[in-house]
Design a protein around this ligand. Structure first.
Ligand code: NDP
Length: 518
C-alpha cells in the first residue's frame, strides 16, 4: 500500500514481492509488494477516513483539488508515458495518447459533477402538489477499482476520476503487469491533494479478490469476462454492488456507399493499434458485397505497411501478457485449418514477443477467430449480401461492447440496430474519447457505465427528499383519511387517468384549465 502503515514490516516479517517485467526485453521494471487480505482491509479502513473528509467537501473544492492533480498529470505526461511504455511495451506516443485522453476525462468529471449530481428540484406531480421534491446523488463511500494492463491509465481512470469527482475515496488494485502505473497515479494524487484519497494496493489476482471482500461500497472491475464473474461472486457474499467492464468482439460494418479509404484505415487502426490489445478493438469486419474487393485491397495494402517490433518509431509494441500469444496463435491456426486464408500475416505472424498484423478472410462464422476475443492484431473480413446480413452477423455474439459503421447515407439507422453499448459512425473508437458519453457494454461485455453523467452516477446513490410546503387539500397518508377524501381521490384519478390520456396531454389540459378565462 502506498498510504497505510505496514503491519507486516512492523512485525519484522518480510513482505512477499513480485516483479513487473518489460514485455520487450523481459527485464525487471520494478518490484512491488504483494498485499495480503489484511493489508487490503487496512487500506479500505484508511480510505474510509479519507472518504469522510473528501465527501464532506463541496463540489467546487473537490474540483479544485482534482484540477491541481490534472495539472500535475499534464505537466508530467511524458514521465507517465514512460512508466506505461516500460510496463506494457506500447509505443511511447500511444502511451501519451492514452494518458492525454484520461486527463480530458478527469477534467470533465471534475467540472460536471455538480451539474449531474447536485440537488435539483423535480415535479412533485398533481396528487402531491403540496410537496417540494428534490433529488441529489450522494457518494457511496469507498470504491474498489480493479484494472487491466492494456490501458493502465485510461481504463482505470474511467472509474477513478468519476468516483473521486462524485465524492468517494478510491482503493485501486492495478494489474500485476502494470503496478508501477497505479503507484505513480496514487503518488501524484497525494502530492497534488495532500491526502491519500486515492490509494493503491498491489499484488496478483488474490489481492484483487481480497479487495472485493474488504468492505468497499462498490467495486469497479475492468478485465476479462471470466474474472468478472469471479469478482461478482465474491461481491455477492457481502451484497457489494459491482460494475463489470469486460471484453468484446467488436465489428465494423462497411456499407456500399462508405468512404472506403477511411473505412480501411479505421478498420486497420481499430484492429491493430496497441497490438490489438483493446477491449473495443476491431476484431471482425462485414463488408457489403458491392465494395468488398475494393475495401479488401485497401486494407491489405495498408496492413502490409504496419510492423510490430522494438524499434523507436514502431507502430506496434509487443504482446504485454505472454500467455496471450498462445490464444492469438490458436485463433489464427483454427481459422486457417477451417478454410480461412491469411492475406496479411498468418501462421508465422506470432513471434516470441511480437505479433504481426494479420488479415483473415473466408473464416467460418463459428470459428474461434470470429466468436472469441482474440486480443491481438488480427481481423477477420467477410462479404455480406445486404446490410441486414451485416447487422445480423454483428449481433450474433455473446459480447456487446463497441461497434463501428461506415456509411454515407444510413450510418445512424445501422448504428441504432447494433446490440452494443457504443457505436462509432464513420470513425473508430471515437465514443471513448467523448467524456460526456457513457462507456460500457451488454451481455458478456458486462454492465454498468463509466464516463459521462451515467459514469458519475454509478458511484453514488440517489437521495430523494419530499418536503411538505403546505398542508394538503386532500390528506391521503393518514388513518384519519375521510370517506370524502377517498371519493375525491377516486374522482381525481378518474379525471386524470380514466381516459387513457398521456402525461404530456394531461399537463396541457391542466395548464389550459388553470388559464384565466375571457
Ligand atoms: P483479467 O480479468 O485477467 O484481470 C483484470 C484485473 O482483475 C487485474 O487487475 C487482475 O489482477 C484482477 N484479478 C484477477 N483475478 C481476480 C480475482 N479473482 N478477483 C479480483 N480481481 C482479480 O484481465 P486482463 O488484465 O487480462 O485484461 C484484459 C481483459 O480486459 C480483456 O478481456 C479486455 O477485453 C478487458 N478489458 C475491458 C475493458 C472495458 O472497458 N470493457 C477495457 C480494457 C480491458 P492480476 O493482473 O494481478 O491478475
Amino acid at each position: 500500500m502506498t498510504t497505510t502503515s505496514d503491519p507486516t514490516e512492523q512485525a519484522g516479517q518480510t513482505r512477499p514481492t513480485f516483479d513487473s517485467l518489460s514485455p520487450v526485453t523481459g527485464d525487471v521494471v520494478g518490484t512491488h509488494p504483494v498485499h495480503s487480505a489484511e493489508d487490503v482491509e487496512g487500506a479500505v479502513l484508511a480510505a474510509r477516513e479519507q472518504a469522510a473528509w473528501w465527501g464532506a467537501l463541496g463540489f467546487d473544492e473537490r474540483a479544485t483539488h482534482l484540477t491541481t492533480w490534472k495539472g500535475v498529470l499534464t505537466r508530467r505526461l511524458a514521465q507517465l508515458a514512460d512508466v506505461v511504455h516500460c510496463e506494457t511495451g506500447k509505443p511511447h506516443a500511444d502511451a501519451m495518447l492514452e494518458a492525454a485522453l484520461a486527463i480530458d476525462h478527469l477534467a470533465w468529471a471534475a467540472g460536471k459533477a455538480e451539474k449531474h449530481l447536485g440537488r435539483r428540484r423535480v415535479s412533485s406531480g398533481l396528487l402531491m402538489a403540496n410537496q417540494a421534491a428534490t433529488v441529489e446523488y450522494r457518494p457511496l463511500g469507498v470504491i474498489g477499482v480493479i484494472g487491466p494492463w492494456n490501458y493502465p491509465v485510461f481504463t482505470p481512470m474511467g472509474s477513478i476520476a468519476y468516483a473521486l469527482a462524485a465524492g468517494n475515496a478510491v482503493v485501486f488494485k492495478p494489474s500485476e503487469h502494470t503496478p508501477g502505473v497505479g503507484e505513480w497515479l496514487a503518488r501524484t494524487f497525494l502530492e497534488a491533494v495532500g491526502r491519500p484519497v486515492l490509494s493503491v494496493v498491489t499484488g496478483l489476482g488474490e489481492t484483487g479478490a481480497a479487495l472485493c471482500r474488504a468492505g468497499v461500497d462498490k467495486v469497479a472491475f475492468t478485465g476479462s469476462t471470466g474474472t468478472g464473474k469471479r469478482v461478482m461472486a465474491a461481491c455477492a457474499e457481502t451484497l457489494t454492488p459491482v460494475i463489470v467492464e469486460a471484453g468484446g468482439k467488436d465489428a465494423v460494418i462497411v456499407d456500399h456507399d462508405a468512404d472506403l479509404d477511411a473505412a480501411a484505415e479505421a478498420a486497420l487502426w481499430g484492429a491493430c493499434s496497441n497490438a490489438g490489445q483493446t477491449c473495443i478493438g476491431v476484431e471482425r469486419v462485414y463488408v457489403h458485397e458491392r465494395v468488398y474487393d475494393a475495401f479488401l485491397d485497401k486494407l491489405v495494402a495498408l496492413a502490409k505497411e504496419v510492423r510490430a517490433d522494438d524499434t523507436a518509431g514502431t507502430h506496434l509494441g509487443p504482446i504485454t501478457m505472454p500467455s496471450q500469444l498462445d490464444v492469438i496463435r490458436r485463433h489464427i491456426d483454427d481459422a486457417l485449418a477451417r478454410g480461412g486464408r491469411a492475406l496479411v500475416g498468418g501462421a508465422d505472424a506470432v513471434g516470441e514477443r511480437f505479433v504481426q498484423p494479420t488479415v483473415l478472410v473466408d473464416v467460418p462464422e463459428d470459428s474461434l477467430a470470429v466468436r472469441e476475443e482474440t486480443f491481438g492484431p488480427t481481423v477477420t473480413v467477410a462479404k455480406v449480401a445486404t446490410i441486414e446480413e451485416a447487422i445480423e452477423r454483428t449481433n450474433a455474439t455473446a459480447y456487446g461492447l463497441g461497434s463501428t459503421v461506415f456509411s454515407k447515407g444510413r450510418g445512424m439507422q445501422i448504428a441504432e440496430r447494433i446490440r452494443s453499448g457504443m457505436t462509432a459512425v464513420n470513425g473508430v473508437i471515437t465514443f471513448a474519447a467523448v467524456p460526456a458519453l457513457p462507456f460500457g457494454g451488454v451481455g458478456d461485455s458486462g454492465f454498468g457505465r463509466i464516463h459521462g453523467p451515467d459514469g458519475l452516477r454509478e458511484f453514488t446513490y440517489a437521495k430523494a427528499i419530499a418536503r411538505q410546503r403546505f398542508k394538503p387539500a386532500l390528506a391521503l397518508t393518514t388513518f384519519k383519511r375521510t370517506e370524502k377524501a377517498d371519493q375525491q381521490l377516486q374522482q381525481i384519478v378518474t379525471l386524470l387517468h380514466g381516459r387513457g390520456t398521456t402525461l404530456p396531454k394531461l399537463n396541457k389540459r391542466v395548464k389550459r384549465a388553470g388559464r384565466p378565462r375571457g
